[in-house]
Design a protein around this ligand. Structure first.
Ligand code: HAM
Length: 425
């Protein structure tokens, strides 16, 4: 009993303050950078009608087929914890008639998603995405610009990753290619794993994405969509690549890249890092021009991506982690009841000026309070004892160097600013 009550559910976890500082650092960078590209935030519910995802993502996908957290609510309605947010954003776009507004709509979101996947490094059942969607444009320049934005974010947090792209065709050219692929696959089904054999009929494109070792020789001999694009798709892909090149963005064309959601047309991409192991995608996305119509809305072009925050945080180098730490500026060490009163009023003044202050209300010896200052990585400790109260001169100690000097209260804010010139207030 205690085991289940006192532990998080498999695939979920608590994010504790030390790690969360890094998450917030990434989130703040994302908000700043996305705003520069004209994106505004949208927050959609975590609960949506099951049908939204079943139709939007596609019934033959792993997500809809076996990974959704679905239940009936008290009124008997089938509800699903969102496994991704693109379908939700498109729903909101239609519901709030954003298509009637002039110009293209650029929205970003940030929050938890839920998929009942096998637990693995870099894979959780509750995980977090930062994503963005551009609605109302089919221009390949939008795709290059949006990808540039993701890469700017990765640069800002000093994560190295590479861009892989592909075109998955459109309703004009894909059906003939799928038939070709299916016929090819039917020839030697025994060379494929059980999942792939099933996919021959249900979703042959997904065979290309199979990671099972024994399927690889067969997959490498299969025809690829990229060689069977219609003229419009081929031109779109060529333009997309040239916009990337103009932006100085290196990329690799991976004909096997098909993505796990059915709504994609034309451009599909992933940003991958070798440091992640088998689950190597930090971000993925693409174009989904037919999605709004599938959901019952007007024809709407769309392009977007989602970045896995859990995975991005795993990739942060030490120097970024250091920058993310919120060090307290000051621990107010106090000796005695009168000193505590003084500490409280000094902290109030300093907080109003933007300084991060900590008071250990349990008190304790000076030694123990200084030990605590070290443990919480406070930059300074202010020592308030009887003699300081009497003289109104306070000892301030720089924790790293242990340098100590006496200053009057009036000089304290300037001293803290000078000593912490790199801080961000
Ligand atoms: P996705 O490829 O399913 O795409 O997910 C995007 C990213 O979310 C992945 O590259 C990965 O970093 C992260 N992710 C996915 N599943 C997990 C998991 N179980 N644990 C940890 N991280 C995970 C989508 O969700 C699309 N909605 C992206 C999109 C937006 N396409 C167009 N617009």
């Amino acid at each position: 009993m205690a085991d289940t009550l006192l532990n998080t559910i498999t695939g979920t976890r608590d994010l504790l303050p030390d790690e969360l500082a890094q998450w917030q650092f990434v989130e703040e960078k994302a908000r700043t950078i996305f705003a520069r590209y004209g994106f505004e935030e949208i927050r959609t519910p975590i609960l949506e009608a099951t049908e939204l995802f079943a139709r939007g993502i596609g019934g033959d996908t792993d997500i809809v087929g076996k990974e959704m957290y679905t239940f009936q609510d008290q009124s008997g309605k089938s509800i699903t914890l969102r496994p991704e947010a693109t379908a939700s954003v498109v729903r909101a776009y239609i519901q709030h008639a954003m298509h009637r507004e002039a110009g293209i709509t650029k929205l970003y979101y940030l929050g938890p998603m839920f998929r009942h996947e096998k637990k693995q490094k870099g894979r959780w059942r509750q995980f977090y995405q930062i994503g963005a969607e551009v609605l109302g444009s089919d221009h390949p320049a939008v795709e290059a610009e949006t990808i540039e934005m993701v890469l700017r974010l990765l640069e800002a947090v000093e994560v190295q990753a590479s861009l892989q792209i592909n075109s998955v065709g459109c309703p004009n050219c894909r059906p003939a290619y799928l038939e070709l692929l299916r016929n090819e696959l039917r020839k030697e089904p025994e060379s494929l794993c059980e999942d792939c054999r099933r996919r021959i009929e249900t979703n042959p494109l997904r065979v290309l994405d199979c990671k099972v070792e024994s399927c690889q020789p067969r997959i490498s001999r299969l025809p690829m969509m990229i060689d069977h694009l219609c003229a419009d798709c081929a031109q779109h892909f060529a333009q997309f690549k040239s916009y990337l090149s103009e932006a100085g963005i290196p990329f690799e064309v991976i004909p096997r890249l098909v993505r796990g959601l059915d709504y994609y047309v034309r451009t599909a991409f992933e940003i991958v890092s070798g440091e992640l192991g088998a689950q190597n995608a930090v971000a993925g996305g693409g174009r989904y021009d037919g999605l709004a119509e599938v959901l019952g809305g007007p024809p709407t072009q769309g392009f977007g991506f989602a970045l896995g925050l859990d995975r991005l945080v795993m990739l942060l180098p030490e120097q970024t982690r250091q920058k993310a730490v919120h060090q307290p500026d000051l621990l107010l060490a106090h000796l005695g009841e009168a000193a505590l009163g003084k500490a409280i009023s000094i902290a109030r003044l300093l907080r109003a000026r933007g300084f991060r202050c900590h008071i250990e209300f349990g008190g304790g010896s000076l030694k123990s309070q200084l030990r605590l200052a070290n443990r919480i990585k406070a930059r300074h400790a202010l020592i308030i004892g009887e003699s300081e109260l009497a003289s109104d001169l306070y000892k301030i100690r720089q924790m790293e160097s242990s340098d100590q000097k006496e200053i009057p209260l009036s000089e304290l804010p300037d001293y803290l600013v000078l000593e912490s010139s790199d801080r961000n207030r």
